[in-house]
Write a protein that binds this ligand. Structure first.
Ligand SMILES: [Cu+2]
Length: 343
């Protein structure tokens, strides 16, 4: 009996210490969405149960190793135990009840997280190899996700190529983004700040670069940004160069190409590209070392069929091959018009 009391006390002490230790190291980032609160609540319950189970196994194990170790000269057999119905029923029924309770809380939390809010603002999210773009109710598209604090949003998400996954750790929820099907994610941001959306689904060579800023701001900051975007989009849409610049933003070209001569390490910069001499390392029917002039035809071919001519020092199969089908001819010539301005 004395052993049970001592081991019991040790189990409680170790369980509490383990739980406190796990809580103290902050396993989770800040809670920035209303949805993160019930999710963390469920998570904390599970951590508490895990801490208790850890103690329940470790304490009897180590206690027995020390207290009931074989003494010098002891050659006797251990006590023969046939089985114990009470114990077996107990350790079947208690976990069953715990799992049922967790299932209940889990379902309840899921309901909370998926709850439809008729006041939610709808933002369209497009995922592609390897960039995000966001189309706002006002009609413009941006590379950043701006959200208003305490305003529920529903993200209608779709991919133009492979499976991606929308994940802002501070919002907790993660949702796959699929080609040919719209998936949704509901968020109510509750904490002003700057976050990052990361693609959580390995989607090819550029997967690690597939991030975008997520900015949660006050009504005033949000309105200022929206108005500036609307104004800029209206002006830009009137010229080919302006439309080209918008298309570059919408299609994620800038996640690989710089426009100011700086090196992204992934793709050649566009600064000074037009009419320059480009050395090629190969391509379809191209000998390594060939030099071509980056005229309009070359720029169009480079967008529509990236493998036709590979720029020396860069890799084939990095630039998406889908632009020839996802962009119209006039969109491509707008983009080319824009690239030509980058002297
Ligand atoms: Cu991705």
């Amino acid at each position: 009996m004395r052993h049970y009391v001592i081991a019991g006390v040790l189990v409680i002490v170790l369980a509490v210490a383990t739980y406190a230790g796990l809580m103290a190291i902050h396993l989770m980032p800040v809670e920035a969405s209303a949805q993160s609160i019930p999710i963390d609540h469920l998570w904390n319950i599970e951590i508490a149960i895990i801490s208790f189970l850890f103690a329940l196994i470790m304490v009897p194990l180590i206690y027995s190793l020390i207290v009931f170790r074989r003494r010098k000269g002891d050659t006797s057999d251990g006590e023969h135990i046939e089985g114990n119905n009470t114990l077996e029923i107990t350790w079947t029924v208690i976990p069953l009840i715990v799992v049922l309770i967790l299932a209940y809380i889990g379902t309840y939390t899921l309901g909370d997280v998926l709850a439809v809010d008729p006041n939610a603002l709808e933002i369209n999210v497009t995922a592609r190899q390897w960039a995000w773009s966001f189309t706002y109710p006002e009609g413009f598209t941006a590379k950043e996700l701006h959200l208003l604090v305490n305003q529920p949003v529903v993200l209608d998400m779709q991919s133009v190529d492979v499976i991606h996954s929308f994940w802002v750790p501070q919002f907790r929820i993660k949702q796959d983004v699929l080609p040919g099907r719209i998936t949704t994610e509901r968020i109510t941001p509750i904490l002003i700040g700057n976050y990052t959306v990361t693609c959580a689904q390995l989607c090819g060579t550029g997967h690690t670069y597939m991030t975008a800023p997520v900015i949660v701001s006050t009504q005033a900051d949000y309105d200022t940004w929206i108005q500036a975007q609307v104004a800029a989009a209206t002006v830009a849409a009137q010229t080919p160069i302006g439309r080209g610049q918008q298309l570059v933003a919408q299609n994620g070209c800038a996640s690989c190409h710089s426009i100011d001569g700086s090196s992204t390490g992934i793709a050649p910069t566009w600064k000074g590209l037009y009419q320059s001499q480009v050395k090629l390392s190969g391509g379809t029917n191209v000998a390594p070392g060939t030099v071509v002039i980056a005229n309009e035809a070359y720029l169009i071919e480079s967008i529509v069929n990236p493998s036709a001519k590979i720029v020396n020092g860069f890799q084939d199969n990095v630039m998406p091959k889908s632009f020839g089908t996802t962009l119209t001819q006039s969109q491509i010539s707008d983009i080319v018009a824009y690239i030509e301005t980058l002297k």
